[in-house]
Design a binder for this molecule. Structure first.
Ligand SMILES: *Cc1c(COP(=O)(O)O)cnc(C)c1O
Length: 359
Protein backbone atom coordinates (compact mmCIF):
# COMPACT_ATOMS: atom_id res chain seq x y z
CA UNK A 1 0.00 0.00 0.00
CA UNK A 2 1.54 3.31 -1.08
CA UNK A 3 -0.83 5.65 0.75
CA UNK A 4 -0.19 6.29 4.41
CA UNK A 5 -0.89 3.14 6.42
CA UNK A 6 -0.77 2.51 10.14
CA UNK A 7 0.10 -1.10 10.83
CA UNK A 8 -1.35 -2.06 14.21
CA UNK A 9 0.38 -5.00 15.89
CA UNK A 10 -2.25 -6.51 18.20
CA UNK A 11 0.17 -9.17 19.46
CA UNK A 12 2.44 -6.38 20.70
CA UNK A 13 -0.56 -4.71 22.37
CA UNK A 14 -1.40 -7.93 24.21
CA UNK A 15 2.22 -8.46 25.16
CA UNK A 16 2.37 -4.92 26.59
CA UNK A 17 -0.78 -5.65 28.60
CA UNK A 18 0.90 -8.76 30.07
CA UNK A 19 4.03 -6.75 30.88
CA UNK A 20 1.88 -4.25 32.78
CA UNK A 21 0.25 -7.11 34.73
CA UNK A 22 3.73 -8.29 35.68
CA UNK A 23 4.79 -4.82 36.82
CA UNK A 24 1.65 -4.35 38.94
CA UNK A 25 0.64 -7.92 39.82
CA UNK A 26 -1.72 -6.92 42.64
CA UNK A 27 -3.64 -4.36 40.61
CA UNK A 28 -6.60 -4.50 38.30
CA UNK A 29 -6.08 -2.80 34.94
CA UNK A 30 -8.22 0.01 33.58
CA UNK A 31 -6.97 0.30 29.99
CA UNK A 32 -7.18 3.88 28.76
CA UNK A 33 -8.74 4.11 25.28
CA UNK A 34 -9.42 7.82 24.92
CA UNK A 35 -8.78 9.66 21.62
CA UNK A 36 -9.50 6.60 19.47
CA UNK A 37 -7.20 4.48 21.66
CA UNK A 38 -4.34 6.94 21.11
CA UNK A 39 -4.93 6.65 17.36
CA UNK A 40 -4.89 2.83 17.30
CA UNK A 41 -8.64 2.30 16.84
CA UNK A 42 -11.07 2.31 19.77
CA UNK A 43 -13.10 -0.85 19.12
CA UNK A 44 -10.15 -2.79 17.73
CA UNK A 45 -8.04 -2.15 20.82
CA UNK A 46 -10.93 -2.85 23.23
CA UNK A 47 -11.56 -6.22 21.60
CA UNK A 48 -7.89 -7.17 21.67
CA UNK A 49 -7.68 -6.26 25.38
CA UNK A 50 -10.39 -8.68 26.48
CA UNK A 51 -8.47 -9.37 29.72
CA UNK A 52 -8.67 -5.72 30.81
CA UNK A 53 -10.76 -5.27 33.98
CA UNK A 54 -12.18 -1.96 32.76
CA UNK A 55 -11.75 0.69 30.08
CA UNK A 56 -11.28 4.44 30.48
CA UNK A 57 -12.46 7.04 27.97
CA UNK A 58 -12.71 10.84 28.01
CA UNK A 59 -16.00 11.35 26.18
CA UNK A 60 -19.42 9.76 26.51
CA UNK A 61 -19.46 9.22 22.70
CA UNK A 62 -16.41 6.98 23.01
CA UNK A 63 -18.12 4.92 25.70
CA UNK A 64 -21.29 4.56 23.63
CA UNK A 65 -19.27 3.48 20.58
CA UNK A 66 -17.74 0.70 22.70
CA UNK A 67 -21.15 -0.42 23.98
CA UNK A 68 -22.57 -0.35 20.42
CA UNK A 69 -19.73 -2.65 19.45
CA UNK A 70 -20.64 -5.18 22.14
CA UNK A 71 -17.96 -4.35 24.72
CA UNK A 72 -19.29 -5.48 28.10
CA UNK A 73 -16.52 -4.56 30.55
CA UNK A 74 -16.95 -1.61 32.92
CA UNK A 75 -16.27 1.71 31.17
CA UNK A 76 -15.22 4.76 33.19
CA UNK A 77 -15.66 8.34 31.98
CA UNK A 78 -12.35 9.82 33.08
CA UNK A 79 -13.66 13.38 33.28
CA UNK A 80 -17.08 12.28 34.46
CA UNK A 81 -20.34 13.51 32.97
CA UNK A 82 -20.56 17.10 31.69
CA UNK A 83 -24.30 17.72 32.22
CA UNK A 84 -27.10 16.24 34.31
CA UNK A 85 -29.08 15.03 31.27
CA UNK A 86 -26.30 12.56 30.52
CA UNK A 87 -26.92 10.65 33.74
CA UNK A 88 -29.78 8.44 32.41
CA UNK A 89 -27.52 7.55 29.45
CA UNK A 90 -24.82 6.48 31.90
CA UNK A 91 -27.31 4.32 33.78
CA UNK A 92 -28.75 2.78 30.62
CA UNK A 93 -25.32 1.89 29.24
CA UNK A 94 -23.77 0.81 32.50
CA UNK A 95 -21.07 3.50 32.46
CA UNK A 96 -19.12 4.57 35.52
CA UNK A 97 -18.32 8.18 36.25
CA UNK A 98 -15.62 10.16 37.92
CA UNK A 99 -16.84 12.90 40.23
CA UNK A 100 -14.36 15.75 40.56
CA UNK A 101 -16.50 18.83 41.27
CA UNK A 102 -19.27 20.34 43.34
CA UNK A 103 -21.44 20.75 40.18
CA UNK A 104 -21.22 17.05 39.44
CA UNK A 105 -22.00 16.16 43.05
CA UNK A 106 -25.12 18.33 43.09
CA UNK A 107 -26.31 17.09 39.69
CA UNK A 108 -25.81 13.47 40.70
CA UNK A 109 -27.55 13.77 44.07
CA UNK A 110 -30.53 15.66 42.64
CA UNK A 111 -31.09 13.31 39.68
CA UNK A 112 -33.76 10.62 39.76
CA UNK A 113 -32.05 7.44 38.61
CA UNK A 114 -33.51 3.89 38.58
CA UNK A 115 -30.13 2.30 39.17
CA UNK A 116 -27.23 3.64 41.23
CA UNK A 117 -24.09 4.69 39.35
CA UNK A 118 -20.62 3.51 40.17
CA UNK A 119 -18.50 6.55 41.10
CA UNK A 120 -14.77 7.20 41.17
CA UNK A 121 -14.14 10.19 43.45
CA UNK A 122 -11.21 12.23 42.21
CA UNK A 123 -9.07 14.17 44.67
CA UNK A 124 -6.59 16.86 43.64
CA UNK A 125 -3.29 15.84 45.25
CA UNK A 126 -1.22 18.55 43.57
CA UNK A 127 -1.72 18.55 39.81
CA UNK A 128 -4.41 21.24 40.13
CA UNK A 129 -6.37 20.24 37.05
CA UNK A 130 -9.37 18.11 38.05
CA UNK A 131 -10.28 16.89 41.50
CA UNK A 132 -11.83 18.03 44.77
CA UNK A 133 -9.68 19.79 47.35
CA UNK A 134 -8.37 17.36 49.96
CA UNK A 135 -10.31 19.05 52.76
CA UNK A 136 -13.55 18.42 50.86
CA UNK A 137 -13.05 14.65 50.94
CA UNK A 138 -15.10 13.89 54.09
CA UNK A 139 -18.01 15.99 52.79
CA UNK A 140 -18.04 14.48 49.28
CA UNK A 141 -17.60 11.01 50.68
CA UNK A 142 -20.50 11.37 53.08
CA UNK A 143 -22.79 12.95 50.45
CA UNK A 144 -22.05 10.26 47.88
CA UNK A 145 -22.38 7.43 50.40
CA UNK A 146 -25.76 8.78 51.48
CA UNK A 147 -27.17 9.08 47.95
CA UNK A 148 -29.40 6.37 46.51
CA UNK A 149 -28.04 7.34 43.09
CA UNK A 150 -24.57 6.12 44.00
CA UNK A 151 -23.43 2.53 43.98
CA UNK A 152 -21.36 1.50 47.01
CA UNK A 153 -18.48 1.33 47.32
CA UNK A 154 -16.77 4.37 45.86
CA UNK A 155 -13.33 4.18 44.32
CA UNK A 156 -10.91 6.91 45.44
CA UNK A 157 -8.52 8.24 42.85
CA UNK A 158 -6.10 11.00 41.91
CA UNK A 159 -3.80 11.74 38.97
CA UNK A 160 -0.02 12.26 38.84
CA UNK A 161 1.25 15.40 37.11
CA UNK A 162 5.02 14.84 36.99
CA UNK A 163 5.56 11.08 37.18
CA UNK A 164 7.42 11.07 33.85
CA UNK A 165 10.39 12.67 35.61
CA UNK A 166 12.01 10.55 38.34
CA UNK A 167 14.04 13.60 39.46
CA UNK A 168 10.94 15.65 40.30
CA UNK A 169 9.93 15.76 43.99
CA UNK A 170 6.32 16.55 43.10
CA UNK A 171 5.49 12.88 42.67
CA UNK A 172 6.73 11.93 46.16
CA UNK A 173 4.58 14.73 47.54
CA UNK A 174 1.52 13.53 45.60
CA UNK A 175 2.09 9.92 46.69
CA UNK A 176 2.32 10.99 50.31
CA UNK A 177 -0.72 13.21 50.16
CA UNK A 178 -2.84 10.50 48.53
CA UNK A 179 -1.68 7.88 50.99
CA UNK A 180 -2.39 10.08 54.02
CA UNK A 181 -5.76 11.29 52.74
CA UNK A 182 -7.06 7.83 51.97
CA UNK A 183 -5.43 5.91 54.84
CA UNK A 184 -8.66 5.56 56.81
CA UNK A 185 -10.71 4.33 53.85
CA UNK A 186 -10.74 0.71 52.79
CA UNK A 187 -12.19 1.56 49.37
CA UNK A 188 -10.48 0.67 46.11
CA UNK A 189 -7.86 3.29 45.22
CA UNK A 190 -6.24 4.34 41.97
CA UNK A 191 -3.37 6.67 41.14
CA UNK A 192 -0.99 5.26 38.52
CA UNK A 193 -0.86 6.27 34.86
CA UNK A 194 1.82 4.67 32.65
CA UNK A 195 4.66 6.61 34.28
CA UNK A 196 3.37 5.60 37.72
CA UNK A 197 3.21 1.95 36.69
CA UNK A 198 6.75 2.03 35.31
CA UNK A 199 8.61 4.24 37.79
CA UNK A 200 6.56 4.57 41.00
CA UNK A 201 5.47 1.18 42.40
CA UNK A 202 3.94 2.87 45.46
CA UNK A 203 1.35 4.39 43.14
CA UNK A 204 -0.09 1.06 41.99
CA UNK A 205 -2.89 0.50 44.54
CA UNK A 206 -6.00 -1.48 43.43
CA UNK A 207 -6.35 -0.10 39.90
CA UNK A 208 -3.64 1.00 37.47
CA UNK A 209 -4.62 3.14 34.47
CA UNK A 210 -2.16 2.62 31.60
CA UNK A 211 -2.49 4.59 28.38
CA UNK A 212 0.69 5.31 26.40
CA UNK A 213 2.51 2.26 27.72
CA UNK A 214 -0.14 -0.11 26.39
CA UNK A 215 0.64 1.26 22.96
CA UNK A 216 4.29 0.46 23.52
CA UNK A 217 5.78 3.89 24.07
CA UNK A 218 7.73 4.99 27.12
CA UNK A 219 6.00 7.67 29.18
CA UNK A 220 9.31 8.73 30.76
CA UNK A 221 11.21 11.89 29.88
CA UNK A 222 14.59 10.19 30.02
CA UNK A 223 15.45 7.36 27.63
CA UNK A 224 15.23 4.05 29.44
CA UNK A 225 16.55 1.15 27.37
CA UNK A 226 15.16 -1.43 29.80
CA UNK A 227 11.64 -0.22 29.00
CA UNK A 228 11.84 -1.57 25.46
CA UNK A 229 12.96 -4.99 26.64
CA UNK A 230 9.47 -5.51 28.03
CA UNK A 231 7.34 -3.25 25.88
CA UNK A 232 6.98 -3.01 22.10
CA UNK A 233 5.54 -0.19 19.96
CA UNK A 234 2.16 -1.22 18.56
CA UNK A 235 1.94 1.20 15.61
CA UNK A 236 4.14 1.37 12.54
CA UNK A 237 3.33 4.31 10.31
CA UNK A 238 4.30 3.70 6.70
CA UNK A 239 3.91 5.33 3.27
CA UNK A 240 5.25 4.73 -0.21
CA UNK A 241 7.92 6.58 -2.15
CA UNK A 242 6.01 8.11 -5.09
CA UNK A 243 8.75 10.07 -6.89
CA UNK A 244 12.49 10.70 -6.95
CA UNK A 245 14.41 13.54 -8.63
CA UNK A 246 18.00 14.70 -8.96
CA UNK A 247 18.81 18.19 -7.77
CA UNK A 248 22.07 20.08 -7.88
CA UNK A 249 23.89 21.90 -5.07
CA UNK A 250 22.21 25.21 -4.28
CA UNK A 251 18.71 24.19 -5.36
CA UNK A 252 15.84 24.40 -2.90
CA UNK A 253 13.03 21.95 -2.16
CA UNK A 254 9.36 22.45 -1.36
CA UNK A 255 7.14 25.31 -0.21
CA UNK A 256 8.92 28.56 0.48
CA UNK A 257 12.17 27.06 -0.81
CA UNK A 258 12.78 26.52 2.87
CA UNK A 259 15.57 23.96 2.45
CA UNK A 260 18.57 24.32 0.20
CA UNK A 261 20.83 21.42 -0.72
CA UNK A 262 24.56 21.82 -0.16
CA UNK A 263 25.36 19.01 -2.59
CA UNK A 264 24.09 17.28 -5.70
CA UNK A 265 21.65 14.69 -4.39
CA UNK A 266 18.48 12.69 -4.99
CA UNK A 267 15.26 13.81 -3.34
CA UNK A 268 12.51 11.30 -2.56
CA UNK A 269 8.84 12.19 -2.18
CA UNK A 270 6.82 10.09 0.31
CA UNK A 271 3.00 10.00 0.26
CA UNK A 272 2.31 11.23 3.76
CA UNK A 273 1.80 14.72 5.13
CA UNK A 274 0.10 16.69 7.84
CA UNK A 275 -3.28 15.68 6.35
CA UNK A 276 -2.44 12.18 7.59
CA UNK A 277 -1.19 13.33 10.96
CA UNK A 278 2.53 13.57 10.23
CA UNK A 279 3.61 16.67 12.20
CA UNK A 280 3.92 19.81 10.06
CA UNK A 281 6.52 21.18 12.42
CA UNK A 282 8.94 18.26 12.01
CA UNK A 283 12.24 19.97 11.34
CA UNK A 284 14.88 19.33 8.68
CA UNK A 285 16.80 16.21 9.65
CA UNK A 286 13.88 14.37 11.27
CA UNK A 287 14.70 10.71 10.56
CA UNK A 288 12.67 8.56 8.17
CA UNK A 289 13.45 4.85 7.65
CA UNK A 290 13.87 3.66 4.09
CA UNK A 291 15.41 0.42 2.86
CA UNK A 292 17.17 -0.24 6.14
CA UNK A 293 18.69 3.18 6.75
CA UNK A 294 17.73 6.54 8.22
CA UNK A 295 17.34 9.41 5.81
CA UNK A 296 16.60 13.02 6.77
CA UNK A 297 13.38 14.91 6.15
CA UNK A 298 14.19 18.06 4.13
CA UNK A 299 11.95 21.00 3.32
CA UNK A 300 8.52 21.72 4.71
CA UNK A 301 5.99 19.01 5.41
CA UNK A 302 3.09 19.41 2.94
CA UNK A 303 -0.50 18.26 3.41
CA UNK A 304 -0.04 15.04 1.43
CA UNK A 305 3.70 14.64 0.99
CA UNK A 306 7.10 14.97 2.57
CA UNK A 307 10.49 15.22 0.90
CA UNK A 308 13.55 13.30 2.06
CA UNK A 309 17.22 13.50 1.06
CA UNK A 310 18.12 10.06 -0.27
CA UNK A 311 21.77 10.97 -0.97
CA UNK A 312 23.68 11.17 -4.29
CA UNK A 313 24.10 7.41 -4.71
CA UNK A 314 20.59 6.34 -3.72
CA UNK A 315 19.13 3.22 -5.34
CA UNK A 316 15.64 3.63 -3.85
CA UNK A 317 12.73 3.03 -6.24
CA UNK A 318 9.25 4.43 -6.54
CA UNK A 319 7.03 1.99 -4.64
CA UNK A 320 9.54 1.38 -1.84
CA UNK A 321 7.93 1.76 1.57
CA UNK A 322 9.19 4.31 4.08
CA UNK A 323 8.53 4.05 7.82
CA UNK A 324 7.77 7.28 9.66
CA UNK A 325 7.75 5.63 13.09
CA UNK A 326 7.49 2.16 14.55
CA UNK A 327 9.57 -0.37 16.49
CA UNK A 328 12.80 0.67 14.70
CA UNK A 329 12.19 4.43 14.83
CA UNK A 330 10.58 5.56 18.03
CA UNK A 331 7.69 8.00 17.69
CA UNK A 332 9.18 9.84 20.70
CA UNK A 333 12.24 10.71 18.59
CA UNK A 334 10.03 12.06 15.80
CA UNK A 335 8.02 13.97 18.41
CA UNK A 336 11.18 15.60 19.79
CA UNK A 337 12.03 16.75 16.27
CA UNK A 338 8.61 18.37 16.04
CA UNK A 339 8.78 19.88 19.56
CA UNK A 340 5.85 17.80 20.74
CA UNK A 341 5.17 14.55 22.61
CA UNK A 342 4.42 11.04 21.32
CA UNK A 343 0.86 11.25 22.71
CA UNK A 344 0.02 14.02 20.25
CA UNK A 345 1.51 12.32 17.21
CA UNK A 346 -0.30 9.04 17.89
CA UNK A 347 -3.72 10.54 18.43
CA UNK A 348 -3.37 12.87 15.43
CA UNK A 349 -3.41 9.95 12.96
CA UNK A 350 -6.19 11.08 10.63
CA UNK A 351 -9.20 9.26 9.23
CA UNK A 352 -7.77 8.83 5.75
CA UNK A 353 -4.83 6.75 6.98
CA UNK A 354 -5.32 3.08 6.04
CA UNK A 355 -5.24 0.62 8.89
CA UNK A 356 -3.61 -2.74 8.51
CA UNK A 357 -3.95 -5.12 11.45
CA UNK A 358 -1.23 -7.59 12.35
CA UNK A 359 -2.05 -10.33 14.88
C1 LIG B 1 -5.07 9.69 30.06
C2 LIG B 1 -5.18 9.22 31.46
C3 LIG B 1 -4.42 8.14 31.90
C4 LIG B 1 -3.37 7.46 31.04
O1 LIG B 1 -2.22 8.25 30.94
P1 LIG B 1 -0.89 7.68 30.25
O2 LIG B 1 0.14 8.68 30.56
O3 LIG B 1 -1.19 7.63 28.77
O4 LIG B 1 -0.66 6.34 30.82
C5 LIG B 1 -4.62 7.70 33.19
N1 LIG B 1 -5.53 8.29 34.01
C6 LIG B 1 -6.27 9.34 33.60
C7 LIG B 1 -7.24 9.95 34.55
C8 LIG B 1 -6.12 9.85 32.33
O5 LIG B 1 -6.86 10.89 31.94
Amino acid sequence: MRSATAVIDLAALQQNFSAIKKLAPQSKVLAVLKANAYGHGLERVAKALHQADAFGVARIEEALALRADGITQPIVLLEGFFAQDELPILVKNNLQTIVHSEQQLTALIQAKLDTPLKVWLKIDTGMHRLGIDPEQLPYFYQQLEASANVHKALTLMSHLGCADNTQDDATEAQLQRFSQLTADFDNDKSLANSAGIWAWPESHYHWVRPGLMLYGISPMLADDKSFYQEIKPVMSLQAGLIATRKITAGETVGYGGAWQSERDTIIGVVAIGYGDGYPRHAKNGTPVLLNGRRVPLVGRVSMDMITIDLGPDAQDKVGDIATLWGPSLNVAEVARNATTIPYELLCNISKRVNISVKT
